[in-house]
Design a binder for this molecule. Structure first.
Ligand SMILES: [Fe+2]
Ligand SMILES: [Fe+2]
Length: 268
């Protein structure tokens, strides 16, 4: 059993102190094998916001894989053009597309931000190929996870404009290469959605905003816990919402996904 904690859109600068502390408590209690941060770690890409985000991440007590979101690129035009990721890299490392591999996990990060765009994200042909190469090297025991910022698929008509540019080509290629899940954030709305018409079963897993006050109406702060059981080829995606009354994250719903795996022929 492997446990992955999916956190998105912390937007440090707009974080809420009780929620920040509750998420530290959840992380320490659950002791995940990996924490994934799917972007918008800061509100405006300021140095102090990155320092606060990094200091908080260091309290979670687990390895972290992070990618940038559109809010992690400073607003200043000069910064955007000349060194859009300098502040992000100072806090989270120079690798904008990190990969985490263990016996039971393969997690591939993709930088879907584009400094010349305002909020839109994109995935290029080269990025699609790179992820595919990683996926094709995965073992049956590894849960195969791709991490992007803007959503690979949406469930509300109003969010269609926020969908990742290049999503259709990426879905086809990554499904063919064996991906199980594509994690994302950006629209501050948690959901699990199957992707249709692909070579194999693949799901989009979206996280809400973890600790920021930038919540949508009626949608509390939330994170996802993914429990992967390779022997059962099953991944439970748990959505944990922040409950103000108890100042804690509580499991709100669970989605059990049966992950496709190649059937080995043992005939001699
Ligand atoms: Fe965001
Ligand atoms: Fe975003």
């Amino acid at each position: 059993m492997t446990l992955l904690l999916h956190i998105s859109d912390t937007h440090f600068g707009t974080e809420q102190a009780p929620v920040v502390e509750a998420l530290v408590d959840l992380a320490r209690a659950q002791a995940p094998d990996l924490v994934v941060l799917s972007g918008d770690n800061t509100q405006r890409g300021r140095k102090d916001q990155f320092r606060a985000a990094r200091a908080w991440v260091d309290r979670l007590g687990a390895p972290v894989l992070a990618i940038p979101g559109n809010h992690d690129i400073p607003l200043s035009l000069w910064q955007r053009l000349v060194q859009p990721y300098a502040r992000y890299s100072a806090a989270f490392g120079a690798d904008l597309q990190p990969v985490f591999a263990s016996t039971e996990l393969l997690v591939v990060g993709v930088n879907t931000t584009r400094p010349y765009r305002h909020t839109d994200g994109a995935v290029s042909a080269a990025q699609i190929d790179r992820v595919g190469q990683w996926l094709m090297g995965a073992t049956p025991a590894q849960l195969r996870v791709v991490v992007v910022h803007q959503p690979m698929e949406v469930v509300r008509a109003r969010d269609v404009r926020d969908r990742l540019h290049g999503h259709a080509a990426a879905q086809r290629a990554w499904a063919s290469s064996g991906a199980d899940l594509v994690l994302g954030g950006h629209i501050h709305l948690p959901y699990v959605a199957p992707l249709a018409g692909l070579a194999r079963a693949m799901w989009v897993v979206q996280a809400g905003t973890a600790v920021s006050s930038r919540v949508r109406s009626g949608v509390p702060n939330s994170v996802n816990l993914l429990r992967w059981s390779p022997l059962e080829a099953r991944c439970a995606v748990e959505q944990w919402d922040y409950a103000a009354a108890s100042a804690a994250f509580l499991c709100a719903k669970t989605c059990s996904l049966h992950v496709e795996r190649e059937v080995k022929d043992h005939a001699e």
